[in-house]
Design a binder for this molecule. Structure first.
Ligand code: PBG
Length: 324
């Protein structure tokens, strides 16, 4: 055979394959989402999220120590309050569970890893929506922004390095940036969930936070059919002062991750969400796939698509895998 071009030459050994690898996984780029439940004394496993628990403040501290030891880049904290009301009042209670957890974690880690607080109302509202409701039952965008602004300043003062704006309210990044800057918190950064889709794959997370949601979030989260709309959302968040752009879900939206990485010069993050993880765990439990290889492949695909940062429940485990 007279074949000049043989790409297989560069695949002949592991050393050769490593030499030409275009992307690498780094534990420092991983963010681990964590759940902390008010009043809990022991960790409680979460249905369909293997290895993930609702932490007590005590077990949270131990998990953060594990995250430090594993060398991951950041942790993102979601809280489950005991009390919920229509306004989500516990979200702006400086002695509430989220603020308390952030204060404790920041004391524990200092600047050794990035402490991110989720900034949204859904865990705190009795109706489960990401914002407060208007009289007609729709989610009131602008009234919600006033609460987000206060929550942002409080969480930054509690010690959060970064705020994860996951509520998909119009103008949220701008309002939060202005509120932070207004009190001199110019170095608190914003991880903007810029392109967040109304996904069926959030199911296990809703159990994780004891979500009270009836209905859906389609009037604020994006329609899965749209890519151009994501670019519009991203452009707005950049203009409003976002520091990092997040795409969510991650696995199923690699086209959006890729487009985002071409479109803006901010770091791109991708969130591999609960239902995506559950699929992989179920497939490996069924013996259909090799679990570790599958996880590494998904994370690598996320990098290849253009994400620098990966938010994943597997963060500590993969960091440990990479080390061996
Ligand atoms: C809402 C929020 C959700 C997730 C993170 N933040 C759920 C939702 O929008 O309904 C989902 C994360 C996951 O599924 O892993 N603030």
């Amino acid at each position: 055979m007279n074949i000049t071009h043989r790409p297989r030459r560069l695949r002949t050994s592991q050393a050769m394959r490593n030499l030409i690898a275009e992307n690498q996984l780094h534990a420092e780029n991983f963010i681990l989402p964590l759940f902390v439940k008010e009043g809990a004394t022991t960790p409680t496993p979460i249905k369909n999220m293997k290895g993930v628990v609702q932490h007590s403040l005590e077990s949270l501290e131990a998990e953060v120590d594990r995250a430090l030891a594993a060398g991951i880049g950041g942790i993102m904290v979601f809280a489950i309050p005991t009390l919920r009301d229509a306004q989500g009042s516990e979200a702006v209670n400086t002695n509430g569970i989220l603020h308390t957890a952030i204060r404790k974690i920041r004391d524990q880690v200092g600047d050794r890893l990035v402490v991110i607080a989720d900034l949204c109302l859904d865990e705190f509202t009795s109706h489960g929506h990401c914002g407060v409701l208007a009289d007609d039952g729709t989610v009131d965008n602008d009234a919600t922004l006033d609460i987000y602004a206060l929550m942002a300043v409080q969480l930054a003062q509690a010690g959060a390095h970064m705020l994860g704006t996951s509520g998909m309210m119009d103008g949220q990044v701008g309002v939060i940036r202005e509120a932070l800057d207004g009190v001199g918190l110019v170095n608190t950064s914003i991880l903007a969930y810029a392109a967040k889709y109304a996904s069926a794959f959030y199911g296990p997370f809703r159990d994780a936070v004891d979500s009270q949601l009836q209905g859906d979030r389609k009037s604020y989260q994006q329609d899965p059919s749209n890519l151009k709309e994501a670019m519009r959302e991203i452009a707005l968040d950049v203009e409003e002062g976002a520091d990092i752009i997040m795409v969510k879900p991650g696995m199923m939206y690699l086209d959006v991750v890729h487009a985002a990485s071409q479109f803006v010069d901010l770091p791109i993050a991708s969130y591999i969400i609960s239902g995506e993880m559950a699929m992989i765990e179920a497939a490996s439990d069924a013996g259909a796939i090799d679990r570790e290889r599958a996880i590494l492949e998904i994370l690598m695909a996320t990098k290849r698509a253009g994400a620098t940062i990966i938010c994943t429940y597997w963060a500590i485990e993969v960091a440990e895998m990479l080390r061996r």
